[in-house]
Design a protein around this ligand. Structure first.
Ligand code: SF4
Ligand code: SF4
Length: 508
């Protein structure tokens, strides 16, 4: 058993996972409409390349990208494009985003796929390109393009950590994947290890998931390059920094990445997606999502096509219970509230949590801070949440930055323990957006100042050039006039001399 380490703070939280893990992963049927967002990663939205009325096959490219950190979009099923329009996004703002609406024909017919390549003979850069084309992004919720993560320029990767911690309450999609499909995860891990040329792979799983650990151990029995590591179930051990600390004892630098320690961390579901992409030429067009909470009748994990409306998944989970009043994409600690169940499943949708009033009863009774310091004790990144709260309230952006607001991982531990029920994380999100806005304003005004300065310099240069031209012209004119004077003078002299010569001739 490898030596494990502790990260600061953290909480033992009730899991609430049994309800959704009591049955196998269900497969969602193809919906009557698929709403496929053009933006499903952290980069810019894709550029739609299909037209209304066009027929597309499953897996066909429907939006391309030029932005390096963006990924293209593929049709999740065969059918006809019936519209391209705005639709509610799976985002806290709920603001509409561009979606391609497909009416599936029910045949679910794949586009032609190339024969399998021998992965071992491929160069890492070829592998990365195939992973990019297969639109793989991190499935732990961040949606960061995987091909970028697998391109650690200038680093020799020592360890690839596959994150199976899934520490947030209610979410169990990774747990079920590890229990039921460990071979897919390990096949993807093998490809990612090859792409990174990593020495070893660790699959880290919290010790409250014994079935997943047993399943992975059985599947990895003969593999010498991978270790299945059980770790203590303390929230938020699934955070990259916390996981690295637990497994290696090392601290990822402030504002840095595990890459700075020659470590890459990726989600277990992402590894399975890499396997499907390279071993079966299947782009990422579906994912497993946990549909759970006291607001649904029959919680479960469902494998659904990207673009499936959340309302379809609610129906599959037995429908809403009587008091259901809130939808959260993600878990109760870090998830975002959705405005409508018409919102489609996206690659970042790991959980749909349906709550009832009892789940958020304390929200309405926020009181003043009593400076008890409980929030400080649980912060996993050693911040001073109450101080950040004061700075957020007073919009002291310099204070926020000086107290490392951007190291906050928004885990919500401080909010959970606060006896005054202050929604601290909301203040920190607000504070971050204010800092970003200010930064954008500063960039804008810097650009405006640079433009003004450049214009002034340009005008002064033109003025100086004109002045110089004018002076040169004046000098030339003066010189010409000088020459003319001299010529006149010479002519007068010549004329006088001539006259004198003539007078002399007449006299003699
Ligand atoms: S836990 Fe709440 S009340 Fe206590 S110091 Fe922190 S913010 Fe203030
Ligand atoms: S939300 Fe931020 S400040 Fe609060 S405990 Fe987590 S990391 Fe610390």
């Amino acid at each position: 058993m490898a030596k494990l380490y502790k990260f600061p703070g953290g909480l033992k939280l009730e899991g609430h996972k049994t309800a959704s893990t009591s049955q196998s992963i269900s497969k969602a049927s193809i919906p009557t409409r698929l709403f496929v967002p053009l933006n499903q990663s952290i980069g810019s939205p894709g550029e739609c390349i299909v037209k209304k009325g066009q027929y597309v096959l499953k897996g066909e490219l429907i939006a391309r990208v030029t932005d390096y950190v963006a990924v293209p979009v593929h049709a999740p099923s065969s059918g006809t494009i019936i519209d391209i329009q705005k639709f509610p996004a799976a985002h806290a703002s709920g603001l509409p985003c561009d979606v391609i609406i497909i009416e599936p024909d029910g045949k679910d017919e794949w586009m032609a796929r190339k024969p399998l390549a021998d992965i071992n003979k491929l160069d890492p850069s070829e592998l990365r390109n195939m992973i990019r084309c297969a639109v793989i992004v991190g499935l732990g919720g961040a949606a960061f393009p995987t091909f970028i993560k697998l391109n650690p320029v200038g680093h020799q990767i020592k360890t690839l950590i596959l994150n199976g911690a899934e520490c947030e309450p209610y979410i169990s999609c990774d747990d079920m994947l590890m229990r039921e499909r460990p071979d897919e995860i390990l096949a993807g891990a093998k490809i990612m290890r090859h792409a990174l040329n990593a020495e070893s792979v660790i699959v880290a799983v919290e010790d409250n998931k014994p079935e997943a650990i047993a399943s992975l151990q059985a599947a990895s029995n003969d593999l010498g390059w991978v270790a299945i590591q059980s770790i203590p179930a303390i929230y938020p051990t699934g955070g990259e920094r916390q996981l690295v600390k637990v497994l290696t004892g090392k601290d990822v630098p402030s504002q840095g990445l595990p890459l700075d320690l020659n470590i890459i961390v990726s989600n277990v579901a992402t590894a399975a997606a890499v396997h499907h992409a390279l071993d079966h030429q299947r782009p990422l067009i579906s994912r497993i999502i946990t549909v759970t909470g006291s607001g649904v009748s029959s919680p479960r994990n469902i494998e659904a096509l990207i673009g499936t409306p959340m309302s379809d998944l609610i129906d599959m989970a037995g429908g809403y219970t009587e008091n259901a009043d809130r939808l959260i994409m993600g878990g109760p600690m870090m998830g975002i509230t959705l405005k409508t169940d018409a919102t489609p499943v996206v690659k970042a949708s790991n959980c749909l949590l349906v709550q009832t009033p009892a789940d958020h009863a304390t929200e309405a009774i926020s009181r003043a801070c009593i400076r008890c310091g409980e929030c400080v004790k649980v912060c996993p990144v050693k911040l001073l949440p109450q101080q950040l709260y004061w700075f957020s309230q007073s919009k002291n952006l310099d204070g926020l930055q000086a107290h490392h607001l951007f190291d906050c991982i928004e885990c919500g531990c401080c909010s959970v323990v606060c006896p005054s029920h202050i929604p601290l994380v909301q203040y920190f999100r607000y504070g971050k957006s204010e800092c970003w806005n200010k930064e954008q304003e500063t960039i804008k005004s810097d650009r405006a100042r640079e433009r003004t300065e450049a214009r002034t310099t340009r005008l002064e240069r033109i003025k100086a050039e004109k002045k110089a031209q004018h002076a040169a012209r004046a000098k030339k004119t003066a010189a010409a006039s000088d020459d003319r004077q001299k010529e006149i003078q010479a002519a007068v002299t010549r004329s006088k001399a001539k006259k004198a010569e003539n007078a002399d001739t007449r006299t003699t």
